[in-house]
Design a protein around this ligand. Structure first.
Ligand SMILES: [Zn+2]
Length: 329
């Protein structure tokens, strides 16, 4: 099935689930309210009957305007009484209203016969999910980050105690995630392998996603090879789609930059991503085992100077101790 048709169907299903969830939650709130307020059930019944009466009074060829006006009056009185009862019981007056995720289209996906903006957002987030699906997020929450893996002893070379340094890095990342906006600063995570760069960059991605921001995350080798595949795709539909998504999303996490098989194409992609997102003030989190000198060697001065000059650099410490703790080399 073509990508677009498949995503359209998935978006329709997502809307269907939103509508079902809104109705389920409304029923749950109604149960809670009826338990607190014995008079409410009868009032709800009355409201349901009057809307049924409105429907049957609307049959063609019948002048029912007087009857409908009377019903409307009764209905308004019953609704006011319901709001009063709810508030007297300490609940909000609109407690029993359906709560749609999209107030514009009531989760139908249409406003006056046109596609609602929320439908476009859904399609976009489905495309982003597909780009990010090679990298699971479950194990990368902030709560699962282990500061006790890092030594409290200062390193001989730097005189810095990894635990102390990493406490600062961890705190910075958690604050960054909690206050993330699409205009947040870009971050540059640098340090040897196995020190938690991936964990913390994905924890930020996870937190930003949970707050509803469109995020793409993944390893540089993966995302760059997808870009290459679809740039040269013969199917017009997806040509350039990955590149566009990587340039437009609110947050891009490019993990393990430098691990990709380097070609003129990947190098120009990295420059394009770094430069375009910088011009658009859109944040990127780059993590890499390369130090700035190695970065310069691999991508040249124009990429390196943009990263070093504009990103917040976070150095990851720990090396030996972490390798022992995890049993990895
Ligand atoms: Zn909508």
């Amino acid at each position: 099935m073509k990508t677009t048709a498949r995503r359209m169907r998935q978006a329709e299903q997502a809307l269907e689930q939103r509508r079902a969830a809104a109705e389920r939650q409304q029923r749950q709130r109604r149960d809670i309210a009826c338990e607190k307020i014995p008079a409410l059930a009868a009032l709800e019944q009355q409201l349901a009957e009057s809307s049924a009466a409105v429907v049957s009074a609307m049959s063609p060829g019948q002048d029912s305007s007087e009857f409908l006006a009377l019903l409307a009056k009764q209905n308004a009185a019953a609704q006011a009484e319901r709001a009063r009862l709810l508030q007297a019981a300490g609940l909000p007056a609109d407690y029993l209203d359906l709560r749609w995720e999209c107030p514009e289209c009531h989760d139908s996906g249409f406003v006056r016969g046109r596609r609602c903006a929320c439908f476009g957002k859904l399609l976009q987030s489905l495309a982003y999910q597909e780009l990010s699906m090679d990298t699971p997020l479950e194990r990368s929450a902030f709560e699962l980050f282990r500061l006790d893996y890092y030594s409290t002893q200062p390193e001989a070379a730097t005189g810095i105690a990894p635990r102390k340094a990493m406490e600062g890095v961890f705190q910075y990342c958690r604050e960054y995630a909690a206050h993330f906006t699409p205009r947040a600063k870009s971050l540059f995570f640098t340090g040897p392998t196995g020190l938690g760069k991936t964990h913390l960059s994905l924890a930020i991605a996870k937190a930003a996603l949970e707050r509803g921001f469109p995020v793409i995350y993944g390893s540089a080798p993966n995302l760059l090879s997808r870009m290459e595949r679809d740039r040269f795709s013969r199917f017009g539909e997806s040509a350039g789609e990955t590149e566009q998504a990587l340039l437009e999303c609110d947050l891009l996490v490019l993990d393990d930059l430098g691990a990709e098989f380097s070609t003129a194409f990947t190098q120009s992609c990295v420059y394009n991503i770094v430069n375009t997102r910088l011009m658009g003030e859109k944040p990127v989190i780059v993590s890499t085992n390369l130090n700035p000198a190695q970065l310069n060697e691999k991508y040249g001065e124009r990429v390196t100077s943009r990263i070093i000059g504009n990103y917040m650099t976070l150095r990851f410490f720990g090396g030996d101790v972490r390798q022992k703790a995890s049993g990895r080399g």
